[in-house]
Design a protein. Sequence first.
Length: 81
Amino acid sequence: MDEKIQNEDELRQKISKVANKFNESHNIALENTKRYLSMVGDLDVYVNTSMRNRGNFRDMVNYCENIFLSPRLRALNIRRT
């Protein structure tokens, strides 16, 4: 970051190096995610919200039921606890 760039070509080279490092890291992260998701038998989903009053709590229950009981998710065998 402290280096001075003299021309457009140097700028492109610097950007290219950063972009390449990012892409390498991103691909490794995606592979790690795939590996992790393929190894777990159960995956917990944590829902966090601000529940300041009774209405907030009831709304959250309704939202969760709409999401986790959705027919679109039925094939995933989601288990509620």
